[in-house]
Design a protein around this ligand. Structure first.
Ligand code: SME
Length: 150
C-alpha cells in the first residue's frame, strides 16, 4: 500500500467515527497530508467565508495570505472555477500570490459540496513541476472526503 492509499483509508475511518471536534480532526488530516509526500513543503486548507477564503489549519511556515478574495491568486481562481489548478512554475503565472520565496510549484484542489466550493487544499512545493496527475487524483479523493468532514 502506498502512503496515499493508507491516508485515504485512515481518512475514511476518521469520517466514520463522526468526530465531535471537527477542527481538531481537520488539523490531523492536514498533518497527515503534509507528511504523505516529501515534496509537499507547505500544506494548508482554506475555507470559503463569504467572498473570501480564510486560512484554516496548515503545516509549514506562516503566510501573510490568511485571507484571499475569491478570484484572486491561484487559490481564488480555483475557488471560482471549482477546478483543480496545477502551476508548474509559479514565477510564470501572473495570478500567483507569493507566500514563500522558495516555492516553485503549487496545486490547489477545491473542496465541493453539492456543487458549491466550500474550501480547498493548497500545497506548495520547492520543487518545480512537483505535482502530476497522480497528485491531482489523490488530492481530489482527499477533497471529496473532506467535504464530509467540514
Ligand atoms: N500562492 C497562493 C496563495 C496562498 S500561499 O501559497 C499559502 C495563491 O496564489 O493563491
Amino acid at each position: 500500500m502506498t502512503r496515499q492509499s493508507v491516508l485515504l483509508e485512515w481518512l475514511d475511518e476518521l469520517i466514520a467515527k463522526a468526530p465531535a471536534d471537527r477542527r481538531r480532526a481537520l488539523d490531523l488530516v492536514v498533518d497527515r497530508l503534509h507528511r504523505s509526500c516529501p515534496d509537499y513543503h507547505w500544506t494548508g486548507i482554506y475555507l470559503v467565508d463569504g467572498d473570501q477564503l480564510m486560512l484554516g489549519p496548515y503545516r509549514g511556515s506562516p503566510t501573510e495570505h490568511t485571507r484571499i478574495s475569491l478570484g484572486k491568486g491561484i487559490c481564488g481562481s480555483a475557488a471560482i472555477s471549482g477546478q483543480t489548478e496545477i502551476v508548474d512554475d509559479v514565477a510564470s503565472d501572473s495570478r500567483y500570490l507569493a507566500c514563500f520565496p522558495d516555492t516553485r510549484s503549487e496545486i490547489v484542489v477545491p473542496i465541493r459540496r453539492n456543487g458549491a466550493v466550500i474550501g480547498e487544499i493548497d500545497i506548495d512545493s520547492q520543487k518545480p513541476s512537483a505535482f502530476n496527475e497522480q497528485d491531482q487524483t489523490y488530492l481530489e479523493l482527499v477533497a471529496e472526503r473532506l467535504a464530509e468532514l467540514l
